[in-house]
Design a protein around this ligand. Structure first.
Ligand SMILES: Cc1ncc(COP(=O)(O)O)c(C=O)c1O
Length: 472
């Protein structure tokens, strides 16, 4: 057998071959690349993490403002998690879930079900959030096939939604830039409006805005037909859409319409679960709803191991067991379903969350929100909003018209570049900066974070004025 070529030893890798940045430009494809630079792009190289901080390749220490991708909930460099990973790998690194099982996955399923609202009782583990949403949707399709309702498969989703990067989960995505150049199962998806109070028509009360959203939902169900709609999928707080916190009562009312019309309610808690809003799950504890399924990922292992899952209602499982097709098979499973290392890490992570981190997150969240809100003093900032330890600073060219588009659309990236200089990693989203730090962040660290963000926005305002792009 030929030995693998070490491209560093060939002309293909070129000079600077020890340099990760150089190697990435030659051999790595980054997620969400543009066609013009695909396979040639390097991003900020991160060497280390510790608590709420990461260190870049120049040695600069940065506050990890987005906690990775909303996932490093208990912070970086937790020895307990490293040790559990090692111990589990030495005990059992993998077993086939096709015809064997392991103890950590069974215990984790029990612990997760114990935190879930309503009659959610059973967990199917996946490798992340997209595969969790995909599993929930395929389960809905299977469920309706077994019930003899093969035409009941359409999925209701909303503008501003993000549900993943596999084919069906991505078909639900509502941010235009995610879909412009990508195909999807559009014939299966019906889109509704985002419940974004900031973008409601001028002069409209919040109550009237909420009623309008509910009317749209009800009218859509009536127009499309309950016999054709299988599920509604929604994030309790739209995360990547810009931390859109829905108006009070909105989710409860949608949940009721779904129940009345035999439409499964799938709550996508990939971001909001495992402490981001101060509880293991936000659906019940924050919003008072009991979905038919909840999807989760990210914070379940605080990002230390790729794991996700979907929790399914006992009622649905019983219906399947009692159906006329007890031998119909849910033809769905992943090599890494119920991975023993992932589940062992998640158990330890849950211990730490339950022990202190959930209470801490609930305690500091109001301070985090209040401090971020002070940024509304800056004329470039149209709104600061958020819930728990999720926040978003939305910049606008003009506060009256709330127009984000006259302005340089990369304003988020400009702010991020200044903040990077100053010691903070920001998640830029077009004209927005999303902040979701590790849940262990202290009040003093929140002060640091907001001080840097304020300075980053001020420097961006100066740049925009100098370039004549903005006259605020
Ligand atoms: C709400 C939501 N659902 C699903 C996903 C997809 O998760 P993953 O990237 O782990 O596949 C994400 C990712 O950010 C998300 O925010």
């Amino acid at each position: 057998m030929a030995a693998a070529r070490d491209l560093r030893a060939t002309g293909m890798a070129g000079p600077g071959d020890e340099d990760a940045v150089d190697l990435a430009r030659r051999h790595l494809i980054q997620p969400w690349p543009f066609a013009g630079s695909v396979g040639e792009e390097a991003r900020a190289l991160i060497g280390e993490g510790d608590g709420i901080y990461i260190t870049d390749s120049t040695g600069k220490r940065l506050i990890d403002g987005p906690a990775g991708m909303w996932c490093i909930n208990i912070g970086h460099r937790r020895e307990e998690l490293a040790k559990v990973m090692y111990d589990q790998a030495m005990a059992l690194s993998y077993n086939t879930p096709w015809y064997t099982m392991n103890a950590p996955s069974a215990e984790l399923a029990m612990r997760i079900a114990g935190h879930a609202p309503g009659d959610l009782s059973h967990v199917f583990f996946t490798t992340g959030g997209s595969s969790a949403v995909e599993t929930a949707l395929r389960f809905m399709q299977f469920y309706n096939n077994v019930r003899g309702r093969p035409e009941k498969k359409l999925i209701l989703s909303r503008g501003g939604a993000y549900h993943g990067s596999t084919y069906l989960s991505a078909s639900l995505n509502g941010r235009p830039r995610d879909r412009d150049w990508m195909d999807g199962a559009d014939e299966l998806v019906v889109k509704l409006s985002s419940p974004d109070p900031f973008r409601r028509p001028k002069g409209m009360s919040l109550a009237a805005f909420t009623d309008g959203l509910i009317d749209e939902f009800r009218d859509t169900v009536a127009r499309v037909g309950t016999e054709r709609i299988g599920a509604f999928v929604g994030e309790p707080v739209q995360a990547s859409g810009g931390v859109i916190v829905p108006p009070d009562g909105y989710l409860k009312r949608i949940r009721e319409i779904c129940r009345d019309n035999d439409i499964l309610y799938i709550s996508d808690e990939v971001v909001t679960a495992f402490g981001r809003l101060g509880h293991v799950f936000a659906s019940g504890d924050v919003f008072g709803i009991d979905p038919d399924m909840i999807t989760f990922a990210k914070g379940v292992t605080s990002g230390y191991f790729p794991l996700g899952g979907v929790i399914i209602s006992e009622r649905l499982l019983q219906e399947l067991r009692r159906s006329n097709h007890p031998d119909a098979m849910f033809g769905h499973g992943l090599t890494y379903t119920s991975h023993p290392i992932g589940c062992a890490v998640a158990l330890k992570n849950l211990d730490i969350l339950e022990d202190s981190v959930l209470a801490h997150a609930r305690e500091v969240a109001p301070y985090f929100q209040a401090q971020l809100k002070t940024l509304e003093e800056l004329p470039l900032v149209g709104e600061v909003r958020g819930l728990g330890l999720m926040g978003c600073v939305e910049c606008v060219a003009d506060r009256e018209s709330k127009d984000p588009l006259q302005l340089d659309k990369n304003v988020g990236k400009r702010i991020d570049a200044h903040c990077h200089e100053l010691g903070l990693l920001v998640r830029p989203l077009i004209n927005m900066c999303v902040m979701s730090p590790p849940l262990i962040i202290s009040r003093e660290q929140i002060d640091d974070m907001v001080r840097i963000l304020r300075e980053g926005i001020s420097r961006t305002m100066d740049d925009l004025r100098k370039e004549g792009v903005w006259r605020g």
